[in-house]
Ligand binder design. Structure first.
Ligand code: COA
Length: 321
């Protein structure tokens, strides 16, 4: 059977680390408050002049190296981002150009914190249809550029970074790679989380505005719902899942999801403490850290879930080769 197999993962974080104590120098907040309410201790911030495409290229090169795949084999570049370099062209085409590639397709996916799951699902479909054979799927963000640094209710929550996966269409004797995905959106709820600017609205990028409490409530409910549905669709029992790899927004959200799924936190990959919320980059960055630390290994079955502005949300099951 033709499968979308995960061949390699790469991640890249900008060098500058901003701690909660650093933030409390300029905001009326404290390390204690941020850690207790979110689990976040620090986040990485891209230097001036470093663009989303720069982070994306670094993550992509690492994923290609891990996969032992030459860039020339890639015929699909997808970038999930909320912070594109420019309004146009897509960051994916800029990344494709920086990688020296000129074949196949390249486009961005806009689903905010669910963007990476949306992108892997689109890549899986194109690989299954035979429209592409080797996909570089990247989540990359310079989310710090969308923050109102005087707003203590949003500024501490986000960070910058990029993660990339290499998916290749391969004939396999048994189901491998992406086993199933489920994606959802409810546009009636866009005003829970948005930027107050846009090219059409006011020719600005804007900054994040959020109703935190309601987003929290929706996040727990919708992540659990999508996890249960994708398990059912794939006919995979929960006992077969080695790791849950959720979008990293708030440790308390992850704990609530784990509790409702009757999943011990020891089987949930957590990076939010040192990455904060890197939006579209958070799941591939967690995957990269999971491999680098030896927690992710061949033959394991992973359960991914995310929720983001829109609202958008979803879940996927991936079996590692
Ligand atoms: C944002 C979030 C951390 C706030 O935590 P909370 O427990 O819901 O706190 P509330 O918003 O009810 O605020 C409680 C109080 O803390 C204050 N507060 C908010 N941020 C603060 C900060 N950084 N430092 C100190 N106090 C803060 C509020 O002003 C409020 O004060 P008040 O009671 O005097 O009005 C939490 O709602 C959350 O994480 N939501 C989900 C956000 C998210 O993940 N978004 C991305 C999804 S992809």
């Amino acid at each position: 059977m033709r499968c979308s197999v995960l061949k390699g993962v790469g991640g890249f974080l900008p060098a500058r680390v901003l701690t909660n104590d650093d933030l409390s120098q300029t905001l009326e907040t404290s390390d204690e408050w941020i850690r207790r309410r979110t689990g976040i201790r620090s986040r990485h911030i891209a230097a001036d002049g470093v663009l989303t495409s720069d982070l994306a290229v670094e993550a992509a090169l690492r994923a290609l190296e891990k996969a032992e795949i030459r860039p020339e084999e890639v015929d699909l570049v997808l970038v999930a981002t909320t912070t594109p370099d420019r309004t146009f062209p897509s960051t994916a085409t800029i990344v494709q150009g920086k990688l020296g590639l000129a074949q196949g397709m390249a486009f961005d996916i806009s689903a905010v914190c669910s963007g990476f799951l949306y992108a892997t699902t689109v890549a899986d479909t194109l690989l299954q249809q035979g429209q592409a054979t080797c996909a570089l799927v990247i989540g990359a963000e310079t989310f710090s550029r969308l923050l109102d640094w005087s707003d203590r209710t949003t500024a501490p929550l986000f960070g910058d970074g990029a993660g990339a996966v290499l998916l290749r269409a391969e004939e396999q004797p048994s189901p491998t790679g992406i086993l199933a995905s489920r994606l959802y959106a409810d546009g009636g709820q866009w005003s829970l989380l948005y930027t107050d600017g846009g090219p059409s609205l006011n020719q600005k990028a804007g900054v994040v505005r959020m109703q935190g409490r309601e987003v929290f409530r929706q996040a727990v409910e919708k992540m659990v719902q999508s996890l249960q549905e994708v398990l059912q669709v794939a006919s995979v029992p929960l006992e077969e899942i080695t790791w849950v790899i959720p979008h990293q927004a708030n440790l308390r959200i992850l704990e609530a999801v784990a509790e409702r799924m009757a999943m011990p936190m020891e089987r949930v990959l957590v990076t939010v403490d040192h990455h904060a919320n890197t939006s579209g980059a958070s799941i591939p960055l967690a995957l990269e850290e999971g491999f680098a630390s030896g927690r992710l290994a061949a033959g394991q079955t992973l359960l991914l879930t995310a929720i983001g502005a829109g609202l958008t949300w979803g879940a996927s099951i991936i079996r590692l080769p």
